[in-house]
Write a protein that binds this ligand. Structure first.
Ligand code: NDP
Length: 280
């Protein structure tokens, strides 16, 4: 019998760093596993998952655009996946008839990375850009860290407002507000998180300059060999910056823990991933 099967499923998937990260974690912790990238047709997510499971698959990471479909496929979900409305980690029981469990490790990944960077959240003013799956996944842990204020801004303001409404019960009165980019209060924020897909398209967001000071951390969930447009914009006004490579490694570590009950060290894996990315 071969090593237990794991993988990441998405479309496209060729760019995914998850196989490199999980293989590095496995080597570090002496766990035998096979971790592959699976390209699922846009109309073939469930069939691809079923095939993987039939071949003995034990777990899958799920990426764009299948996180909502993964949520629907699960027989049981963790409370954080339930609240996020999206699943990025599937856990298949050894018993082929057993229920598939779904988890969402994006929020834990972001919080772990902010902790690694030494970013305080308690009592701070946070601006969260975007109202998609990633924003939904990080809202609960961000609110649980007691920021003074959390403003969600999105290109489609109604989506930001609906999202804020969904999480209002977890917030203190006046703590959580939402709107379009034009509604952003033009005053400095301590932390600005870009969770839009604009960076992937290389597009600049219409943000007021007044939201930045040299003490602001501009954090882009996207990452690449060079800084994103959003990070370059923030840098040009003297703000501090960080990209989402650390979040990627930390959310992978949380998935790894869910599958193997062991927490890998993230720092060396992040360092080597950064070197690989920059040498391209
Ligand atoms: P979704 O497709 O669910 O949401 C996309 C969001 O981006 C929406 O709010 C959308 O606004 C907005 N958007 C898209 N294009 C533009 C644009 N040109 N200008 C302004 N807003 C735009 O994506 P996700 O939430 O899953 O992912 C968002 C980003 O976060 C991606 O870059 C993804 O790679 C990254 N990510 C990184 C992770 C990591 O570990 N580092 C983990 C998860 C995500 P509208 O509602 O108006 O359409």
């Amino acid at each position: 019998m071969g090593a237990p099967l794991y993988g990441v499923i998405g479309n496209p998937i060729g760019h995914s760093r998850s196989p490199a990260i999980h293989r590095a974690f496995a080597e570090q912790t002496d766990i035998a596993l096979q971790y592959d990238a699976l390209l699922a047709p846009l109309d073939g997510f469930e069939a691809t998952v079923a095939g993987f499971r039939a071949a003995g698959g034990r777990g899958l990471n799920v990426t764009v655009p299948f996180k909502a479909q993964a949520y629907a496929l699960c027989g049981v979900r963790t409370p954080r996946a339930e609240r996020a409305g999206a699943v990025n980690t599937l856990i298949f029981p050894a018993n082929p008839g057993g229920l598939v469990e779904g988890d969402n490790t994006d929020g834990a990944g972001l919080l772990a990375d902010l902790h690694r960077l030494g970013v305080p959240l308690n009592g701070r003013r946070i601006l969260l850009l975007g109202a998609g799956g990633a924003t939904r996944g990080v809202l609960e842990p961000l609110l649980a860290a007691h920021p003074a204020e959390l403003f969600i801004a999105n290109r489609s303001p109604d989506k930001a407002q609906a999202l804020a409404q969904d999480f209002l019960a977890l917030a203190q009165p006046g703590q959580l507000r939402a709107g379009g980019f034009a509604d952003i209060p033009p005053a400095p924020f301590d932390l600005i998180i870009n969770a839009t897909a604009a960076s992937l398209a290389g597009e600049q967001l219409p943000l007021p300059r007044a939201i930045l000071t040299p003490a602001t951390l501009a954090y882009d969930m996207a990452y690449g060999a060079t800084p994103t447009v959003f990070l370059r914009w923030a840098e040009s006004f003297g703000a501090q910056t960080a990209d989402g490579l650390g979040m990627l490694v930390e959310q992978a570590a949380e998935s790894f823990w869910r599958w193997h009950s062991i927490r890998p060290e993230t720092e060396p894996v992040l360092r080597s991933l950064r070197e690989t990315l920059q040498s391209r």
